[in-house]
Design a protein around this ligand. Structure first.
Ligand code: ADP
Ligand code: MG
Length: 433
């Protein structure tokens, strides 16, 4: 059993280099139960991460290795559970890699990092609110997760709400639709810390801004911690109410800049190490020279290199790194349009564009329509409004609903996950370079 399990882990790693991690080796097979392999993990966050991101690949790996039609699920392995492991509240999903330990500090993010550490040590008393800003892919979400992770260890039983701004808006809209505003308000006004990622999405949502304003005041007046992130400074977020801008400036506003070359090299080394492979300085330096704007792309570069090495069985050399990055850059240069997505989806489901744009609401039409919206949201830079416009003039809330619905289904249903992966592959293959 142990040998087979080790093979399954190896296979899962090679099938999914994006999510593959060194700590996969520490997972344990807990039981085989009626065709389902249950894998034990150290904590809830890991279970959640693996379920959301790796379920279908582990299942595929298990089937390939054993030759049987088995499914895979994850659970917390109590026998392995350490005393220090934290209880996670319902709904607080933290990425197991996004900790302070895994965050590389350099001149570009030193202040942001220090303020996050300080806040995580004593919620509500150091900097309130804490406002982080910087362009995409520079580590804001990572730091927010790390704060929550540490604060929870620090403060037994602390109630922390962490959500994206879109989720906040979504929940607010749903509460209004259901006539349950009071429930919504008590949910957010009674926490020890409220963490909202990407608050720039509050723009042009007047009602949500109003609600957020009252939530903010209630928390602030009770010395509860508020932590926010955005892509620009409070005053630079278009159509954000003046009173919110001024409140965001009450505490500490920290900027994150693009990392220097030395920091990039250190980040590449760290990320490689997290995935369980070491790359020489020469290769780390090569990647850091090639990719500079964005740390997410640095990781993408590593993933491509890892994937090439996995599929060809070659050692990671400078030459292999160069080959892999050339391929990745060609892919990044592709321009994906909504039309490409619609083309792939209509072909796959054998429906017509006119059906997607029509008012028809049968399942056979609704599902492909929602999948188009979901893919367009994830693969293009179009706004919710523009996406709705392409699909029969639907408004942004419909698109938002479709995206969260398909996302939810994909997290639970490996078939949907696999289908989305396949459709994404086709879209990226067919779109022009
Ligand atoms: P943002 O929210 O600012 O768009 P993220 O927090 O999602 O960016 O970061 C993108 C990726 O880069 C994540 O995988 C994150 O772990 C990584 N990252 C960003 N900054 C650092 C850092 N200083 N050290 C290690 N990893 C980092
Ligand atoms: Mg982010």
């Amino acid at each position: 059993m142990e040998d087979i399990f080790a093979d399954i882990i190896e296979r899962a790693k090679s099938l999914d280099p994006v999510n593959s991690r060194k700590w996969f080796d520490k997972l344990a097979a807990v039981e085989m139960d009626g065709g389902a392999l249950i894998i034990g993990c150290p904590d809830d966050a890991t279970v959640q991460f693996l379920r959301d991101n790796c379920g279908s690949n582990f299942t595929r790996a298990a089937q390939q290795v054993t030759g049987h039609l088995i499914s895979v699920d994850f659970c917390v392995d109590h026998s392995e559970r350490k005393a220090a492991s934290v209880r996670s509240e319902e709904g607080l999903k933290l990425h197991p890699d996004y900790t302070f330990d895994n965050f590389v500090v350099g001149p570009s993010n030193r202040l942001a990092h220090a303020s996050c550490v300080a806040v995580s040590q004593s919620l509500g008393t150091t900097y309130n609110p804490l406002f982080l800003y910087g362009s995409s892919g520079l580590g804001k979400t990572h730091l927010l997760h790390a704060v929550c992770y540490t604060a929870r260890r620090q403060l037994e039983g602390a109630v922390i709400q962490f959500l994206s701004c879109e989720e906040f808006v979504n929940r607010f809209i749903r509460a209004i639709e259901k006539g349950n505003l009071a429930g919504f308000q008590s949910q957010f006004r009674t926490v020890d810390a409220l963490v909202i990622d990407d608050v720039q999405f509050l723009r042009e949502r007047e009602q949500s801004q109003e609600e957020f304003f009252h939530t903010f005041n209630a928390l602030y007046n009770n010395n509860k911690q508020i932590i926010l992130s955005a892509d620009s400074a409070p005053g630079k977020i278009p159509s954000l109410e003046e009173r919110l801008i001024s409140r965001f400036n009450w505490g500490l506003v920290s900027r994150i800049d693009p990392p220097s070359y030395e920091t990039r090299v250190a980040i590449v080394q760290k990320k490689a190490h997290l995935r369980g492979f070491n790359i020489g300085d020469e290769i780390a330096e090569y990647i850091a020279r090639k990719v500079h704007a964005n740390i997410r792309e640095l990781e993408g570069a590593l993933t491509s290199i890892y994937a090439v090495s996995m599929t060809t069985g070659e050692e990671i050399t400078l030459e292999l790194a160069q080959r892999a990055l050339d391929g990745q850059m060609r892919l990044a240069a592709r321009h994906i349009s909504i039309t490409d997505i619609i083309e792939v989806v209509t072909t796959h489901f054998d429906v017509r564009l006119a059906d997607l744009q029509s008012k028809r609401r049968s399942q056979s039409i609704t599902e492909p329509r929602q999948i188009c919206m979901y893919l367009a949201r994830n693969l293009t830079k179009h706004s919710l409004e523009e996406i709705g416009g392409h699909l029969g003039g639907r408004d942004h809330t419909t698109v938002m609903h479709a995206c969260s619905k398909i996302g939810d289904v994909a997290r639970k249903d490996p078939n949907m996950h696999a289908m989305l992966t396949e459709l994404t592959r086709r879209v990226t293959e067919t779109s022009p370079v």
